[in-house]
Design a protein around this ligand. Structure first.
Ligand code: ATP
Ligand code: MG
Length: 349
């Protein structure tokens, strides 16, 4: 293994140690995590340190090795040089309960208020450093509740967390699970939580309100209560390495007992003009937008969700491509946004 050789195959054995114990541990951890970027960064750190402490040849060799390995993985790896995607396909009964994907979404693709993105970055840091936290008896944040109106980025956040951590994203549609298998839901939930324990991934319980409705309200009270209670138990007992996310539009409907079981609640809201502009700039980044007057477009986007803005941008982008210009016209973008706004308004009436 190249990584192992990096440490052994050098003058390091004969001379004073040039890598600290922490660096060696971090190298092994990043290798175990398959986190190549971090692995290379630490190796380069060791090289820099070696150069500073007079081990010039070792530093040079190490840099050379890292460059070689990087070039090789770029040449042989799929797509942009990332590792082969591990296959985790739900089988048997589980297949009907979970769908799996390997999203490429990243945090930079999302336009979010600073406070929210800082909190999500914190989740990522805790996940990446989970071994270090665990060594000190601490556990990373991993049970998160995402709350907010439609189209504001809850499902996208699940994809971005999975994308950033190179984990599979498993989605569990609770409404299907409950209505289809009324009496058996608790048993199915157990299967899902077994999967959560055995296969590390991001698990998204989408449309969580189906399960999280205030206990004691609604028709099938007894059944829903049993299901909710077993969900709460499973969630509480779950001390796996997976990330468990609940997403819902209706915070008002959710049971207090649920909130306590999550490590954190993240609130999503309709975009401000600044965020709307970021969504549009991101969506149209590959085209010529010199004709766009962003403040005018932002005003036209008022009242629309991130998802609706993204769709309007797509329409304007298609127009640009179909007109063979690749130039996004301000008027066309504003028209696409206004069209969505009026569809919105008539749906509300
Ligand atoms: N914060 C955001 N930044 C950039 N794009 C966004 C954002 N939120 C949503 N979008 C765009 O809208 C699409 C739909 O968003 P998403 O599915 O995450 O919404 P949601 O909050 O899960 O909505 P729902 O409550 O209806 O499930 C995304 O795939 C993305 O294109
Ligand atoms: Mg969603």
């Amino acid at each position: 293994m190249t990584q192992g050789r990096l440490l052994i195959n050098s003058e390091m054995n004969q001379r004073a140690a040039v890598a600290t114990a922490d660096q060696v541990k971090a190298l092994i951890r990043s290798h175990a995590d398959g986190d190549d970027t971090r692995f290379y960064a630490i190796a380069m750190q060791v090289a820099a340190q070696a150069a500073r402490s007079g081990h010039g040849k070792f530093a040079l060799d190490l840099r050379g090795l890292v460059d070689q390995v990087k070039a090789r993985s770029k040449a042989t790896g799929p797509g942009n040089g990332s590792k082969p995607v591990p296959l985790a396909q739900p089988r048997g009964e589980l297949a009907g309960l979970l769908t799996v994907g390997y999203p490429k979404t990243r945090m930079v693709d999302m336009a979010l208020p600073e406070v929210l993105s800082a909190r999500l970055e914190r989740v990522l840091i805790e996940q990446r450093e989970r071994y270090r936290l665990r060594e000190h008896g601490l556990s990373p944040m991993r049970k998160l509740l995402l709350v907010g109106p439609p189209g504001t980025g809850k499902t996208m956040t699940a994809a971005a967390l999975a994308g950033e951590l190179c984990l599979p994203l498993f989605s569990i549609q609770l409404d299907g699970l409950i209505t289809k298998y009324m009496g058996e839901t608790a048993a199915k939930l157990r299967l899902v939580f077994d999967a959560i324990r055995s296969t590390r991934g991001v698990y998204l319980f989408d449309e969580f309100d189906a399960l999280g409705g205030e206990r004691g309200s609604g028709n099938d009270v007894g059944e829903i209560r049993r299901v909710l209670n077993s969900f709460l138990q499973f969630l509480e007992q779950d001390d796996s390495d997976s990330i468990v996310l609940g997403a819902t539009n209706h915070v008002g409907l959710l049971d207090r007992a649920l909130f306590r079981r999550f490590h954190a609640v993240f609130e999503y809201s309709a975009p401000t003009a600044e965020i709307a502009t970021r969504v549009m700039r991101g969506r149209l980044a590959l085209l010529d937008t010199s004709n766009v007057e962003w403040h005018v477009a932002a005003r036209a986007a008022e009242g629309l969700s991130h998802a609706e803005i993204a769709m309007a941008c797509e329409q304007a982008a298609k127009n640009a491509i179909l007109n063979h210009t690749a130039i996004v016209r301000n008027a066309e973008l504003v028209a696409a946004l206004s069209e969505r706004s009026s569809a919105h308004a008539s749906a509300r009436d």
